[in-house]
Design a protein around this ligand. Structure first.
Ligand SMILES: NC(=O)c1ccc[n+]([C@@H]2O[C@H](COP(=O)([O-])OP(=O)(O)OC[C@H]3O[C@@H](n4cnc5c(N)ncnc54)[C@H](OP(=O)(O)O)[C@@H]3O)[C@@H](O)[C@H]2O)c1
Length: 286
């Protein structure tokens, strides 16, 4: 039996342990991680995947692109795909820091709870990998999207990067404090918190009596949570009349989706998994 090999190309100095474990749980026989991979130095690694197995065995080699810098990982993903030609290709997935699978799980659960089209959505700390993909998926659902950052320059640069990839630019908002983020969510129906681990972004008092907010999701599982007054295990739980999803509430679907995507990579040699088809799969699994 040909072994299923998953090559983890990580733009961070050390390959992700999380992605390694989920690679095995998704069905790979071996997960081989490389850190510090860039769109400049990746060539030999990809050549090793495409020139080593015949047409019938090629589907058992796959590439997973990860890392904490979404822009660098997107550049690497693009370069990997460009390296393929004719049937010298293997399946490839982009999921920097769980960006696609985490955002897809959160947005799919929100969309399952209520239609999102035409609603105003604010992605708090939307400049990281998860926030950037959440903004794109909320846009796919027809929401009007804004992203916040502590820095005006980062909010604008991220909006531009999202526009280059998805053809829409979320409204960039500078919001360096909880107070500023409370002002940023005024008038919105959806709040999606995508801040760094253990960083609180919005206090309970700033959403509990808000007349417009209907739906809240928070990706941060480590206390203090991103959104005050919710529990990480909340899964479409009603709090103060709002539907709330915490990081563990969406984490089950995220892991199921991540594993399913890894399994899908080995179904043929031409799978290309990124935001759009990963989000579609999340909606099927939600
Ligand atoms: N639940 C799950 O299954 C799951 C899976 C994967 C990831 N996650 C979680 O998803 C969240 C987002 O992941 P990520 O990799 O996209 O995050 P990240 O890149 O580490 O951080 C996202 C943004 O948080 C902001 N930030 C950092 N420090 C801050 C501070 N002290 N105060 C306010 N804002 C701050 C930064 O924005 P600015 O510098 O622009 O302000 C940064 O771009 C994390 O909490 C991660 O743990 C959850």
């Amino acid at each position: 039996m040909t072994q299923k090999l998953l090559f983890l190309l990580d733009t961070d100095p050390m390959p992700s342990v999380f992605d390694t474990v989920v690679g095995y749980d998704g069905g790979a026989d071996h997960v081989i991680g490389y850190g510090g991979v860039t769109s400049e130095n990746f060539g030999g690694l990809v050549d090793g995947t495409i020139y080593t197995r015949g047409p019938k065995e090629k589907q058992f080699t796959a590439i997973f692109v990860g890392g904490g810098d979404m822009v660098a990982s997107e550049a690497l993903f693009k370069a990997v795909k460009k390296r393929f030609f004719s049937n010298f290709r293997v399946s490839v997935m982009l999921d920097s820091n769980g960006s696609n699978t985490t955002a897809a799980a959160g947005v799919a659960l929100l969309a399952k709870a209520r239609p999102l089209a035409g609603k105003k959505a604010v992605v708090l700390a939307g400049t990281g990998p998860v926030g950037m993909r959440a903004a794109a998926m909320l846009h796919i659902e027809g929401a009007e999207v804004a992203i916040t950052s502590r820095s005006k320059q980062r909010a604008e640069a991220t909006s531009k990067a999202i526009d280059e990839r998805f053809g829409f630019a979320p409204t960039p908002i500078e919001a360096p404090s909880n107070q500023a983020r409370a002002a940023a969510v005024k008038g919105a129906q959806i709040v999606f918190a995508a801040g760094a681990i253990g960083i609180p972004l919005l206090d309970e008092k700033d959403w509990q009596n808000d007349p417009t907010i209907e739906l809240i999701a928070d990706c941060n599982a480590q206390p203090p949570l991103g959104i005050g007054g919710i529990e990480a295990i909340d899964k479409a739980k009603e709090r103060h009349g709002k539907i709330v999803i915490g990081a563990l509430g969406l984490g089950g679907l995220k892991l199921k989706l991540h594993r399913a995507c890894v399994g899908q990579l080995f179904e043929s040699a031409d799978q290309v998994l990124d935001a759009e088809n990963i989000y579609a799969q999340a909606k099927n699994l939600a």
